[in-house]
Design a protein around this ligand. Structure first.
Ligand SMILES: [Zn+2]
Length: 90
């Protein structure tokens, strides 16, 4: 990896913790470009810095789940068994 690529990787890493600032010039004058794109595992959105003109793709990936509602008759008798295929075997 050349020096510039290394620097860009560093800026990308920094941006993950400071998403309100352009990864190149640190400006807060950011705008989204076009529609949020969706696929099975995530979403992405192009962002542009209105000050320096840098563009990048924000990538969102599913990182957690919270079950909101469920049929109680599907709760296995043995709650220790987290494998539904095993839990429902008779
Ligand atoms: Zn910028």
């Amino acid at each position: 990896m050349d020096a510039e690529s290394k620097w860009l990787k560093g800026r990308e890493k920094h941006y993950l913790k400071h998403q309100d600032n352009c990864p190149i010039c640190n400006s807060e004058n950011l705008d989204s470009v076009g529609q949020m794109q969706h696929d099975r595992t995530g979403m992405s959105q192009y962002i542009i810095c209105e000050d320096c003109g840098a563009e990048w793709l924000d990538q969102y990936r599913l990182h957690g789940v919270i079950i909101g509602s469920y049929p109680t008759d599907r709760v296995p008798r043995d709650l220790e068994d987290s494998n539904p295929n095993e839990a429902f075997k008779r």
